[in-house]
Design a protein around this ligand. Structure first.
Ligand code: FAD
Ligand code: DHB
Length: 394
């Protein structure tokens, strides 16, 4: 069986694995990335779209920020809409000048893949990780299958960046891992449409029918979401029904109208909060969705994966430059502090903005009163702004 050696073996070429590979390459540390899917598949997977201030800086620092800076859309505020009225949260003004940027996750992934391949660094697509062994030793091994052949990759460190359904979290000893989880009684139906966004700023709307969100990918492409049942049947949602329901939930007292256009992509995402602790056992480290999931409200998923890379990247650079394991030893505790704060914000915003069938009219009034308070208090708006643009990476 062919065996190779590297310093850091990275399982998964999502945002976490690819950015980590780039950060390590810039510091002269070898890595090999294996990815179960094809390049075309990972480059076309429509997912997150909003990057925090520091996540944009991480792209620039890694030397892959040029297209994001050219094509990404800078946002300095968001709209919260409820009871038919709009309330703007001036993010930049309330966060000491920080901005967020709309730049699709698949664009982030394309830029990172292009940089890695241009540098001639190993990135194997359709290479399916099958096991991670020896994590209690200084020589862990990733076994994978590529082009019909079994391979072994011997490493110093394994970075598990293989998402929620990957093999890395499962490779942690069951008696070590603690899991914290909440599954929400709803999902999001998301669409991409060739239609100019009807608002320059994102609109988060709380309506008696349920939550909806207007976002975008470019000046000609809209990205919109509707709260739906977790097991919603997409075939019951012809395009006209989706647009009508979005129109109802996003309506305001100023005659807001959506711009409609051909829907080019549709999908349903279930909503959950999930954290696995610790993020490290021996020589295996977990990053991104492999370790934690947030409900999408507030767009923290991709940003949290990037924040993990920041912490582990520095720790690995330290280890290879100075021989110190101090950063690796504190990785889990350091990353988890920020993870839990992002979990809190995503859970809170989800709970505040969605319709819960179990809610009494009293609880709905409480949601509306909280929204009214938040949007009329500078302290309330500031708490939204500082979480939305992103808490400090460390
Ligand atoms: P991933 O992007 O999941 O990457 C993991 C990679 O590992 C994948 O490419 C996978 O193919 C690969 N892999 C898995 N198993 C193996 C294996 N055995 N061997 C080799 N490779 C493997 N976040 C938001 O903020 N806003 C959104 O609107 C939003 N929408 C989403 C919609 C969907 C359908 C999903 C699933 C997620 C969404 N997210 C959203 C979350 C966000 O996209 C994730 O948080 C982000 O992708 C995390 O990056 P990651 O690199 O940790 O994991
Ligand atoms: C997007 C997704 C989100 O969950 C969010 O809060 C903001 C934007 C998006 O896909 O554009």
């Amino acid at each position: 069986m062919p065996a190779t050696r590297t310093q850091v073996g990275i399982v998964g070429a999502g945002p976490a694995g690819l950015l980590l590979g780039q950060v390590l390459a810039n510091a002269g540390i070898d890595s090999v990335v294996i990815e179960a899917q094809s390049r075309a598949y990972v480059e076309s997977r429509v997912r997150a779209g909003l990057m925090e201030h520091d996540a944009c800086q991480q792209m620039r620092d890694a030397g892959v920020g040029a297209r994001m800076d050219r094509e990404g859309l800078v946002h300095e505020g968001i709209i919260l809409r409820f009871g038919g009225t709009s309330h703007r949260i001036p993010l930049t003004e309330l966060s000491g000048g920080r901005q967020v940027r709309v730049y699709g996750q698949q664009e982030v992934v394309k830029d990172l893949i292009a940089a890695r391949l241009a540098a001639g660094l190993p990135l194997h697509f359709e290479a399916h990780g099958t096991s991670i062994t020896g994590i209690d030793t200084p020589r862990p091994v990733i076994a994978y299958r590529h082009q019909g052949q079994d391979h072994q990759l011997e490493c110093d460190i394994v970075a598990g960046c293989d998402g929620f359904h990957g093999i890395s979290r499962a490779a942690m000893p069951a008696d070590v891992l603690k899991v914290f989880e909440r599954v929400y009684p709803f999902g999001w139906l998301g669409i991409l449409a060739d239609a100019a966004p009807a608002s320059h700023e994102l609109i988060y709307a709380s309506h008696d029918h349920g939550f909806s969100l207007l976002s975008m990918r470019s000046p000609t492409v809209s990205r919109l979401y509707l709260q739906c049942a977790p097991d919603e049947d997409l075939s019951e949602w012809p395009d006209s029904r989706i647009w009508d329901e979005l129109e109802t939930r996003l309506a305001d007292d100023q005659g807001f109208r959506l711009t409609r256009g051909p829907i080019t992509q549709k999908g349903i995402t279930p909503l959950r909060s999930f954290v696995a602790e610790p993020l490290r056992h021996g020589t295996l480290f977990l990053l991104g969705d492999a370790a934690h999931i947030v409900p999408p409200t507030g767009a923290k998923g991709l940003n949290l994966a990037f924040a993990d890379v920041h912490v582990l990247g520095h720790a690995l650079i330290d280890r290879y430059r100075t021989g110190s394991n101090a950063g690796l030893d504190t990785y889990s505790a350091t990353a988890l502090r920020r993870v839990w704060k992002a979990e809190r914000f995503s859970w809170w915003l989800t709970t505040l903005m969605h319709r819960f069938d179990s809610h009494s009219p009293f609880e709905r009034r409480m949601q509306l009163a909280e929204l009214d308070y938040l949007t009329t208090s500078r302290a309330g708006m500031t708490t939204i702004a500082e979480n939305y643009v992103g808490l400090p990476l460390l």
